[in-house]
Design a protein around this ligand. Structure first.
Ligand SMILES: CC(C)(COP(=O)(O)OP(=O)(O)OC[C@H]1O[C@@H](n2cnc3c(N)ncnc32)[C@H](O)[C@@H]1OP(=O)(O)O)[C@@H](O)C(=O)NCCC(=O)NCCS
Length: 432
């Protein structure tokens, strides 16, 4: 029993890793698919290993499926030309994908099965493949099987107009047919988050990201123009934006009712990029060169909402109180809040729910007094609205900068990511 407890209590650490600069869809990274975006990140990450040490696993993920790649973790590792004996696992949890990669590795470490894992993910929105209908796919498979010209003509004759419909990837929730933006509009109305408040939030995200770049915060987290010619850093933060410019943008999702509040300016943009971080036990840390920034991963929680009742992107408002109540912490005990910004509206709704006693009592079943969310501690170096959001990479991007920020300031950090399907994945870290 004691031995089992020792294993469960094994400490786990997150170590900052590198990432690509992030750029909007069809921008400077458009020629690279999810594997090609990942390879330089993985190569850069392994440069922080001691000679002769290596990870026990790579856990990677991408959200938009590729026809040619299923276990992207393995393909990335092989394309990087690294030790082929390292096992590889792909995980997908939409926007929380690479946070899920990290907590999966951490759980394995607590079970005594891993010491050091490279975790991360990537997304190429620019290289998204368009699928054929099932009918057309079946026809073309038969043609490829090549049973002679007569059979081929007969097969072609079976094509129906509906088979010509293409399967266009879109950011729609499969069960509702609505986009993430449509859902965030509904949430904004439910929690009465107005356009001006969303725009102010978005402006602050840009201001903080621009200031962080100017102060050099991202210099050692983001690969340079040497690896990505023409990209001196993230291409998305806008020093030129303002309340007035944001206020003039038309609604991006609810364009007809005259009530739409979400715009291209207060939503995260469609983004290309890849990011990595390390997850390690104390023994695994010995495989990495100092002084890589590191923080202790204390605990994590994954929650899911009833999409119709609660709103698609509100699951962190279930996960955060559960995690904090379990750890006997209040909101004010968290010094750094790193919150994924799918939309300004989603962050603001989450804060409103976390501050609502009715929400905590009726939906979360948490009796503890958690206080008010200290909004000035959220995303001090900018968030996904300004930095961009390559779905598979965002978790590792957030973990790496959380660790770096914690090393500067000390204290505790909460990482929070909402994901399609009504999921929320949050994690608690502590400076070492
Ligand atoms: C919102 C969305 C539809 C906008 O797409 P888009 O119209 O192609 O966006 P663009 O980047 O071209 O921006 C549109 C315009 O707004 C302007 N704009 C965007 N952000 C701005 C800002 N911060 N300040 C000023 N102008 C801004 C652009 O310059 C552009 O202007 P132009 O038309 O004069 O060139 C798209 O980014 C999207 O779908 N985002 C959501 C992604 C999502 O669902 N993620 C999942 C989260 S869970």
């Amino acid at each position: 029993m004691t031995a089992e407890k020792d294993v469960r209590d094994r400490e786990v650490f997150v170590v900052s890793g590198p990432r690509t600069p992030f750029a909007k869809i069809d921008g400077p990274l458009a020629q690279l698919d999810a594997v090609a975006l990942s390879v330089p990140v993985v190569r850069a990450a392994v440069r922080s290993l001691h000679p002769r040490s290596g990870p026990d696993a790579i856990v990677w993920g991408t959200v938009i499926p590729s026809l040619a790649v299923s276990n992207i973790a393995r393909e990335v590792w092989l394309d990087a030309g690294l030790d082929p004996s390292v096992p590889a696992l792909t995980v997908v949890q939409q926007c929380a994908t690479s946070l899920a990669a990290a907590t999966h590795a951490a759980a394995q470490m607590r079970a005594g099965r891993l010491e050091l894992a490279l975790c991360g993910g990537s997304e190429s929105m620019s290289q998204t493949q368009i699928g054929l209908s099932r009918g057309m796919s079946r026809t073309l498979r038969r043609l490829a099987a090549g049973r002679g010209p007569t059979a081929a003509l007969r097969t072609l004759g079976q094509i129906r107009p509906r088979d010509l419909r293409l399967s266009l990837p879109s950011i729609k929730e499969r069960t509702t047919g609505m986009t993430m933006g449509d859902h965030a509009e509904v949430m904004a109305k439910d929690w009465t988050i107005d356009r001006g408040t969303q725009d102010r939030y978005a402006l602050a995200s840009h201001e903080k990201a621009v200031a962080a770049w100017e102060s050099g915060f991202y210099d050692d987290l983001v690969l340079t123009a040497e690896t990505f010619p023409g990209l001196e850093g993230d291409a998305i933060p806008r020093p030129d934006t303002s309340r007035e410019k944001l206020g003039r943008l038309p609604p991006a999702f609810d364009r007809r009712s005259g009530q739409g509040t979400l715009t291209a300016g207060n939503s995260s943009p469609l983004t290309d990029g890849a990011a990595a971080c390390w997850v390690a036990t104390a023994a695994g840390l010995a495989g990495l060169e100092e002084p890589t920034p590191r923080a202790r991963l204390i605990d994590w929680e994954v929650a899911a909402v009833d999409i119709d009742r609660d709103g698609l992107l509100l699951a962190p408002a279930l996960a955060i109180p559960r995690l904090l109540a379990r750890q006997r912490l209040r909101y004010e005990d968290i010094d750094l809040w790193e919150v994924h910004e799918a939309f300004a509206a989603q962050v603001l709704c989450t804060i409103a729910a976390l501050n609502s006693r009715a929400w905590l009592r009726e939906r979360v079943d948490v009796e503890a007094e958690l206080g008010e969310v200290p909004v000035d501690r959220i995303n001090p170096n900018g968030g996904s609205i300004a930095l961009g959001h390559p779905f598979g990479a965002t978790g590792a991007r957030i973990l790496s900068q959380t660790v770096k920020q914690l090393q500067r300031t000390g204290g505790r950090a909460l990482v929070s990511i909402c994901a399609a399907g009504g999921l929320g994945h949050v994690a608690l870290l502590e400076a070492v």
